[in-house]
Each structure stands twice: as structure tokens, then as C-alpha cells.
Design a protein. Structure first.
Length: 417
């Protein structure tokens, strides 16, 4: 390829959006807080749980948050890992499902803004700065595990690449502009492709009916003879993935749960100050004066602070790792730090989201307050990647000196890929 224009624009694309271009890390954090304030207000309404998060997703785009990973040479910020993590955490405090849309967008964008092809880097940098959003279509149901996939990219009689298959847990894809799809070639070689959400043969279904993370729109996407642009197909060579290949999505998952925990704490404090009544035996006028409540809120706050501290540390180590990717000890520390952040955020989001009702009283369980959304979102999201296996790697390192890894590398090695 010799021209950027060889990467084709999507068919039937959505109208151009008015998008802010973020120029600094501080500006990115301010934009996240501004968007989160609106998203949080929408999330308080229980009716919003049954609605597609169209406005929320558009806020992510128009605020400029979806473009912060674009490198400076292409007109973007080239945000640090710390900044990307913080924006996902802030949005997730407002709505964990919307935070997951941003999380998967950043995971998909990272590969594109760092692609080997100059044409792909330039094309998708423009798309991201224009507010285009990315979804994923990686997982399938029915196989032995998440790597047992039937979706295929094959060459038709006219020499064109065609994508056929079905995906589930396709986070963000229903409201995305581009979908990253994992697929195997005719010979079974793993790889993938990027296709326009609006391309002929792409059908996204609004069938994500979980009790939590409803706004992650993680339902089904069908691909029926979809033409694939070979310039943005992403074949994967044989051999294991990089050792830290899943550390980026892992740290952003920790950011989601940390955000959910802090959102639950804030909601509990607000309810105690505005709606709760003191218990009859407490001898105080207001619940915020009750020593047992004060103590429990202190426990919640410590849990949130611990999750935030481990998340910040992991993000800082990640930025160091980006500067020295071949440093084995630094990679080990990164995997351990991210596993720690995942464990602490998992604990905090589940504990606070569930236990807050013990302080707020029976009326807090009324549907109109929608306070159960924090526990529901935490419970569903924390099933994404079992913490027991993150702890297994940490424990095996400390007890037996075994280098911690991630399941992508381990599974691929076992399969001889």
C-alpha cells in the first residue's frame, strides 16, 4: 500500500459528530468528570436501565475521551496509561456499563494507533479523533472455552475476503462505528478483522439481558458474508502472545470496578445525608452522627482508597513498562501490580455495593432510588475474568518462584499456536 486512502471508509457511516480534541492529560480528566456528571444523573433513573445508552455513548465521543490514545504525530494527545485508566474509572463511578464501553474502546484502539501499517495508523487516528467508537466481537458461546471459535474469514470465488459467524459478549458493538472481530482463516489460523458496524451483512442485536452492566450492550453480533477490507485484516502469526498481552484490558477492568466502588460510596453518603433516618436506639438526630454508621463508612472509604491506590500504582508501573518493554522484572511487577488492583477493586465494589443497604435502611431498597445498580454492575462485571486465577499467579510467584503470566499466553502455548 502506498496511499492512506487505500483503507476504505465504512459503508453507510453515521453523520459526523462535533468532537472536542483533548490536548493534555489534565484536560482529559476534566472532560471525564464533566461527562460523568451527566451520565451519573441519567443512571439514577431506574428507567434508564431499560434504555440503550445512546446519549451516554455520544457523550464519550463528543467529549473527546474516545480519541485520547491517538499519538501526537497524528494530532492526538497520546495519553499516558495513567490518564486512560483514570478516565475509565471516573466514567465507571457514574455508570459501570458505560465505563465498560469506554474500556473496550480503548483496548481496541490501542492496537490500531500502534499498528505496523502507517495507513492503518493514520486512518484510524482520524476516525478516533472524529469521535468514532470501537466495539469488540471476540467471544463466542457453545465452544469448550473462549478460544474455541467458529467464525471464519475466507476468500470467495472472486478473491474477496468474507466474514461469517456469530459472536456474543460483543461489548459496545451495538453502538460502535467499527467492530474488531476475532476469526480464523480457512486453515484455522487465528486472526481477525475490523469491519464497519454499518457494513452490509453486519447485524447487532440488543439482546444483552443480564441483571447488571446493562449499558455495556454486550449482546450478539452476526456476520453474514461481510466483505473484509484486506488492508485492515489482522492475521496473527504463530507463537504465544506477549507475556503482558492482556495487562491493558486487565487494568481497565480494575478501573471499572474501582469506579463502581467509589460511585457506591458516594451514593451511600448522599442517601445518608438526604433521605435516611437515624435508628431509634442510636440516641442521635441524624444517621450521619451514629458512630456505627461513621465507622462503616470509614471502612468503605478505606476500601475505595486502597483500590484507587493500587490502581494508580499499577498504571504508573504500566507507563514505565511502555518505556522499557523488554525489562523482564518490570513486566513481572506489572502483572503482579495489575492483579493486585483487580483483587482490591473486586473486593471493594462487591462489598460496598451489597452492604450499603445495611446502613441506609429498608426504604433505600425501593426501585426508585436504583441503588442496587452498583451491586448488580459489580457482580456481573467481576465475573468477566475470575479473580481466583489472578490470585493463583500471585501466590505461585511468591510461594514457588513461578513467573506470573496471563491466560492468553498460557492457553496459546498449550495449543501450540
Amino acid at each position: 500500500m502506498s496511499h492512506v486512502s487505500e483503507v476504505r471508509a465504512p459503508a453507510a457511516a453515521e453523520p459526523a459528530r462535533a468532537v472536542t480534541i483533548i490536548r493534555s492529560d489534565d484536560e482529559a480528566i476534566r472532560a471525564a468528570h464533566a461527562a460523568a456528571a451527566i451520565i451519573a444523573e441519567l443512571a439514577r433513573d431506574p428507567a434508564s436501565e431499560k434504555q440503550l445508552p445512546v446519549r451516554q455513548a455520544d457523550l464519550l465521543s463528543s467529549s473527546g475521551l474516545t480519541g485520547i490514545s491517538v499519538r501526537p504525530e497524528y494530532g492526538g494527545l497520546g495519553a499516558s496509561i495513567r490518564t486512560i485508566v483514570d478516565t475509565v474509572r471516573i466514567i465507571s463511578a457514574a455508570d459501570g456499563g458505560v465505563g465498560q464501553i469506554l474500556q473496550i474502546h480503548h483496548v481496541m484502539a490501542r492496537g490500531l494507533v500502534n499498528a505496523e501499517s502507517e495507513e492503518v495508523r493514520a486512518f484510524f487516528s482520524r476516525e478516533l479523533l472524529a469521535g468514532k467508537r470501537l466495539g469488540n466481537a471476540l467471544a463466542e458461546v457453545g465452544g469448550k472455552n473462549k478460544f474455541d471459535q467458529k467464525t471464519r474469514v475466507e476468500t470467495d470465488a472472486e478473491g474477496r475476503l468474507r466474514l461469517n459467524g456469530a459472536k456474543f459478549y460483543a461489548t459496545g458493538s451495538y453502538l460502535a462505528d467499527w467492530i474488531s472481530v476475532s476469526a480464523r482463516g480457512a486453515d484455522g489460523t487465528p486472526g481477525g478483522a475490523l469491519v464497519s458496524r454499518h457494513a452490509p451483512g453486519v447485524t447487532a442485536l440488543d439482546d444483552w439481558h443480564a441483571y447488571g452492566q446493562r449499558h455495556s450492550v454486550s449482546g450478539t453480533v452476526l456476520f453474514d458474508n461481510v466483505e473484509v477490507d484486506p488492508s485492515i485484516q489482522t492475521p496473527r502469526g504463530k507463537g504465544p502472545f506477549p507475556r503482558t498481552g492482556l495487562t491493558f484490558p486487565q487494568i481497565l477492568h480494575a478501573a471499572i470496578d474501582t469506579g463502581i466502588a467509589s460511585g457506591a460510596l458516594a451514593a451511600a453518603i448522599d442517601y445518608l445525608n438526604t433521605h435516611a433516618r437515624a435508628w431509634v436506639e442510636s440516641g442521635v438526630e441524624r444517621p450521619t452522627e451514629e458512630p456505627l454508621i461513621i465507622n462503616r463508612i470509614g471502612q468503605y472509604a478505606v476500601a475505595v482508597r486502597a483500590a484507587e491506590a493500587t490502581l494508580r500504582y499499577a498504571a504508573d508501573v504500566f507507563d514505565q513498562h511502555r518505556a522499557a518493554p523488554d525489562d523482564h522484572d518490570l513486566a513481572t511487577e506489572l502483572i503482579l501490580a495489575v492483579a493486585t488492583a483487580r483483587a482490591k477493586s473486586d473486593e471493594a465494589s462487591l462489598a460496598i455495593g451489597s452492604d450499603l443497604f445495611s446502613l441506609l435502611g429498608a426504604s433505600s431498597s425501593l426501585e426508585k432510588w436504583n441503588l442496587d445498580r452498583f451491586w448488580r454492575n459489580a457482580r456481573v462485571h467481576t465475573t468477566h475474568d475470575p479473580i481466583r486465577w489472578r490470585l493463583q499467579h500471585v501466590g505461585n510467584f511468591y510461594l514457588n518462584g513461578v513467573d506470573p503470566g496471563e491466560y492468553n499466553q498460557i492457553t496459546q502455548a498449550r495449543q501450540g499456536l
